[in-house]
Design a protein around this ligand. Structure first.
Ligand code: SAM
Length: 192
């Protein structure tokens, strides 16, 4: 039990940035917003959107401002340049990739050797540029069936952080839920 807690604590040290490729105007707004919400709630430190530049960045920031934490959201025009400049491990989630459990062991080992445990987690939209398969250090599948970038992201982060991310506290939260068996209990922080 103590071992599991220790493992979770060191897993939570990993600094994850999610890169959302190919965000399209209007049709991807909702899914990209969900990518942001899941990234934040499941322990990633930041989200970078590429593709169309719209108000998705602002809507994710608004959630962060109410529910707390230091989650960063930004937009980059050139995904390739961003990936090339990344100092750390690059993981691309794709149904064609290697099995999640096998890869996680390799990724953990690799990150364990580095001082800065920075992981760039890439998710696609409808189609991904073929170069991402060679740019990534690992192409990882969450099962080999087509499903969703939101589901793949949530499962990957939860396995990476060993469930510990669900108990994170979010600093400067204006709203905080008190878990309850029935009904909704929400605490509202004093503004002053
Ligand atoms: N042909 C795609 C692929 O390479 O996984 C499916 C496109 S899917 C609409 C959009 C994104 O969801 C993909 O780019 C990938 O990041 C993620 N995705 C879907 N199914 C996945 C799976 N089984 N394992 C990992 N990621 C998946």
């Amino acid at each position: 039990m103590v071992r599991a807690k220790e493992a979770t604590r060191s897993a939570l040290d990993i600094d994850v940035t999610v890169l959302r490729l190919g965000h399209r105007l209007v049709r991807d707004e909702r899914i990209s917003t969900h990518i942001g919400l899941v990234s934040r709630a499941f322990g990633a430190r930041s989200l970078v959107l590429t593709g169309a530049d719209d108000h998705t960045v602002d809507s994710i920031r608004r959630v962060r401002d109410s529910w707390g934490g230091e989650f960063e959201v930004s937009y980059v025009k050139n995904w390739k340049e961003f990936v090339n400049k990344w100092k750390g491990t690059v993981v691309h989630l794709t149904m064609y990739g290697e099995n999640l459990d096998e890869c996680l062991n390799k990724i953990r080992k690799e990150l364990g050797l580095k001082e800065r445990k920075a992981l760039l987690l890439v998710v696609g939209a409808e189609k991904v540029p073929p170069q991402i398969y060679s740019e990534a250090n690992y192409n990882v599948s969450v099962g080999n069936q087509p499903h969703s970038e939101v589901a793949a992201l949530a499962v990957f982060l939860d396995r990476l952080f060993m469930g510990g991310e669900l108990y994170s506290t979010f600093v400067k939260a204006k709203l905080r839920i008190k878990p309850s068996a029935r009904g909704k209990k929400v605490e509202i922080a004093n503004e002053d």
